[in-house]
Design a protein around this ligand. Structure first.
Ligand code: ADP
Length: 556
């Protein structure tokens, strides 16, 4: 029967172990593997995302260049028709060119070249106050004259082949406030005879480009892009494409650029040859986004690992506990069967002897009867302990609380043991305060608790045999003390002796039969009465067990 029950218990344990293992170890481990897997997957995905972002950036830059060019073309085309005819007089040409300049303040220079009649080159009047511009004016007027004289025919032919017949020449130039950029549009003016090389042109004012044209265009492009796909805010810059690293000296930056390198750049040609357009996210980089993501993943992995280690520790502890309990249970079974067998054997032996009628003296007979009674009492106590314990464990124990004179209950219980106590050579001291008011307790349970404590004191005393029982009152508490001068209990073990099946490692305990249930029962009974049990003990000096029961709750 015991082994069957043991088998059930161990099956139950195994199931619990599996459950704990499953929950505490396998789940986090599975989650870890799953996350790891996804981690790798998303690293791949992240690379793809990075690629997509870059491709998107390239696209934005290409569209932006197109829009910048279109705007420049439209502006140039708008004033092309105002140009004088090559056959106008020199003064008419000057007048008409000056008119164009005054109507279009965003132009720096305009000119008309006729292979036969030479170059008329005009600049915004206020620009000529600036020494840089004056120099620029002179240089352009002469060099263009020479250049068109030599290559004019080729340029005109090239222009006719273009869908929008304007060609551009852009490059760095200097202004009072530093390096700048200028671009010049060349075209064939209206009313130019087909058999003559006639070219006209207009230069976009560098200050206009820097202060108005680019800033407006960049902001427009960014706002448009943002309203298209509501992603992270973008920033753009225009900078000289040569030398490498020209982004450190930008010509124009959009709002929100702060500092840093463009994520993607595009060298511009046609209208803005010599410039580059750069793009990035405002306040962050694609790299930083990636790093943040990796960081997050590591944090998640770390948290999961901690969870897993926690699970392992929990499992280890639970397994150790289960194993210790299994060990204690095995001890319990062997102890209890021994405990049962000894009194039974004695009862049988003495009963048989009496039955045979060989005992003649009444004195001897009385002694045998007493032994039989004592052993059967021991047996009853043991069986009661086990039954009570199993009832409590199964939650089926019902207490029968009645108004009781606790002093009388203690005295009666001790009286039943007095003979045994003295027989074993114990000095017995009892101090019972009989003025304690009546309390509501389960008599049988309280008596059992007391008997267990007294029995322990008797069992675990070696040299000095002393037993003291004290009942007294401290304020609202009723105290029942059982004192011995026996082997004592180490501090470490004091915390454990109230656990079921636990027995200390003392050799005397080892040699003394016991179930390890007594103290656990004492504690359960005291708790059921709303009280608690405490132990004070010094190894080799003795122990004191104190039950404290609240008088108030006990009387309820
Ligand atoms: P049992 O006495 O059947 O072993 P208990 O639950 O009554 O079981 O006691 C648990 C353990 O506590 C004992 O095995 C013993 O090691 C220790 N113990 C209990 N009472 C005393 C005591 N008065 N002095 C020394 N050790 C004690």
């Amino acid at each position: 029967m015991a082994s069957k029950r043991n088998r059930f218990l161990s099956q139950d344990n195994r199931f619990r172990l599996m459950l704990t293992l499953g929950l505490a170890v396998l789940l986090p481990a599975a989650a870890l593997i799953y996350v790891n897997f996804h981690h790798l997957e998303s690293i791949k995905r992240n690379k793809q995302v990075e690629g997509l972002i870059h491709r998107d950036f390239q696209y934005v830059l290409a569209v932006s260049e197109k829009k910048l060019n279109q705007k420049a073309y439209t502006m140039a085309e708008g004033m092309r028709d105002l140009f004088p005819s090559p056959d106008d007089s020199e003064s008419d040409k000057v007048m008409k060119l000056d008119q164009i300049l005054s109507k279009n303040p965003w132009l720096a220079h305009v000119f008309l070249f006729d292979h036969d009649k030479g170059m008329v080159f005009r600049s915004q009047p206020q620009l000529l106050n600036d020494p840089f511009c004056r120099k620029e004016h002179e240089m352009m007027a002469t060099s263009y004259n020479v250049w068109f004289g030599m290559e004019g025919k080729m340029i005109v032919e090239g222009l006719h082949k273009r869908p929008r017949p304007i060609s551009w020449y852009g490059g760095p130039t200097k202004r009072a406030d530093g390096e700048s950029f200028m671009t010049t549009a060349f075209f064939v003016p209206p009313r130019a005879p087909a058999d003559r090389v006639v070219l006209a042109g207009a230069s976009f004012d560098p200050n206009y480009l820097k202060q108005t044209f680019f800033p407006q265009m960049l902001d427009e492009l960014i706002t448009q892009k943002l309203s298209d796909d509501k992603g992270e805010a973008l920033a753009m810059m225009v900078y000289p494409s040569e030398p490498e690293g020209g982004y450190e000296k930008p010509l124009v930056t959009s709002s929100g650029w702060s500092k840093g390198k463009p994520e993607i750049m595009r060298k511009l040609d046609d209208v803005f040859g010599g410039l580059a357009l750069g793009i990035k996210f405002q306040g962050t980089t694609v790299d930083a986004i990636g790093r943040r993501w990796v960081m997050q993943s590591f944090l998640i992995l770390g948290a999961l690992s901690v969870l897993m280690i926690g699970g392992l520790i929990l499992t280890y502890r639970s397994v150790s506990k289960e194993m210790a309990l299994a060990h204690l249970k095995a001890d319990f079974v062997s102890n209890v069967s021994h405990e049962l067998r000894t009194p039974l054997a004695l009862i049988r032996l003495y009963a048989e002897t009496l039955e045979l009628g060989r005992i003649t003296t009444q004195e001897k007979k009385d002694e045998y009867y007493r032994i039989i009674r004592k052993e059967s009492e021991r047996l009853t106590a043991l069986i009661n302990n086990i039954l009570d314990f199993s009832r409590i464990e199964a939650g089926r124990k019902e207490y029968d609380f009645r108004e009781t004179d606790i002093a009388e209950l203690v005295c009666n219980t001790l009286d039943a043991y007095r003979y045994q106590i003295e027989q074993q050579g114990f000095a017995f001291e009892q101090s019972i305060d009989s003025s304690i008011p009546r309390v509501r307790v389960d008599r049988e349970a309280i008596a059992r608790a007391l008997v267990n404590l007294v029995n322990n004191a008797l069992k675990y005393s070696a040299n000095e045999k002393f037993l003291g029982v004290k009942l007294y009152r401290v304020n609202d508490l009723l105290k029942l003390e059982v004192v011995d001068r026996g082997i004592g209990i180490t501090r470490r073990e004091q915390a454990k002796i109230f656990e079921k099946f636990y027995r200390t490692g003392d050799p005397l305990v080892h040699d003394t039969k016991g179930s390890g249930l007594g103290l656990s029962l004492v504690r359960r009974i005291t708790q059921a009465h709303g009280g608690e049990v405490q132990v004070e003990s010094t190894p080799g000096k003795g122990s004191k067990f104190t039950l404290s029961l609240p008088l108030a709750t006990a009387t309820q």
